[in-house]
Design a protein around this ligand. Structure first.
Ligand SMILES: Cc1cc2nc3c(=O)[nH]c(=O)nc-3n(C[C@H](O)[C@H](O)[C@H](O)COP(=O)(O)O)c2cc1C
Length: 198
């Protein structure tokens, strides 16, 4: 079997990004809501994200800097307020997810632009997107210094809300009912509708 080998040291960052985002598949999407220190709501999707631990429940976000080196609103808000809500969007939210990725000026409410309803968080003072089947309310715990390209932020999950039809009394979550949206490379998305059991 032939392989093509790539050494990170020999690649431009944009090439590394294409290889990672094209090969690490499928990536779940964190649809993150925050508020600015002044209280303005913000939302954006992130697929460089993962769950790192369960005790304490821990998630990580890899938020790229803007081309001019500025922090994205989500990272700035998390660092300033210490709070965020991480939603798992379903396939029905795909167009809204794409809409919320458009760069808007700080203070512009992407949730309202996407036409989505919110409800208040139970643990943190961020808006929760009512249509998302899963919402993890998080407090910022630390930033990992891995260079200037991204803000790597860790959060502790204080509470998780799952739409009632998708979780049972034994905490079993029904993937079919979550119908999570996943990210592939470039502009491509996927579903997790083709499942099997071992
Ligand atoms: C599905 C999807 C996944 C994305 N994943 C990331 C990501 O992991 N990191 C990142 O910095 N930007 C990612 N983006 C782009 C951000 O959502 C976009 O830059 C957004 O404008 C940031 O908004 P903010 O400035 O309000 O935080 C993604 C966009 C989409 C549509």
């Amino acid at each position: 079997m032939d392989f093509r080998d790539f050494d990170m040291a020999a690649l431009a960052p944009a090439e590394t990004y294409k290889l990672l985002s094209g090969a690490i598949l499928p990536r779940p999407i964190a649809l993150v809501t925050t508020c600015s220190a002044e209280g303005a709501a913000n939302a954006a999707p992130f697929s460089f994200f993962g769950v790192l631990g369960h005790d304490p429940a821990t998630v990580a976000l890899g938020i790229e800097k803007r081309p001019d080196g500025r922090r994205k609103d989500t990272a700035r808000n998390i660092l300033e307020t210490g709070a965020f809500i991480l939603h798992i969007p379903d396939v029905a939210l795909a167009a809204a997810v794409e809409r919320m990725a458009a760069p808007e000026a700080p203070g512009v409410d992407e949730i309202a632009l996407a036409g989505l309803e919110t409800r208040p968080g139970r643990h943190v003072a961020c808006p929760r997107i009512a249509a998302a089947p899963v919402a993890l309310e998080c407090r910022f715990v630390s930033q990992v210094d891995l260079g200037t390209a991204r803000d790597i932020l860790l959060g502790e999950v204080l509470g998780i809300s799952i739409r009632a039809d998708a979780v049972d009394d034994r905490h079993r979550v029904d993937a079919g009912r979550i119908d999570a949206l996943a990210r592939l490379g470039g502009p491509h998305f996927a579903t997790v509708r083709d499942r099997f059991t071992l």
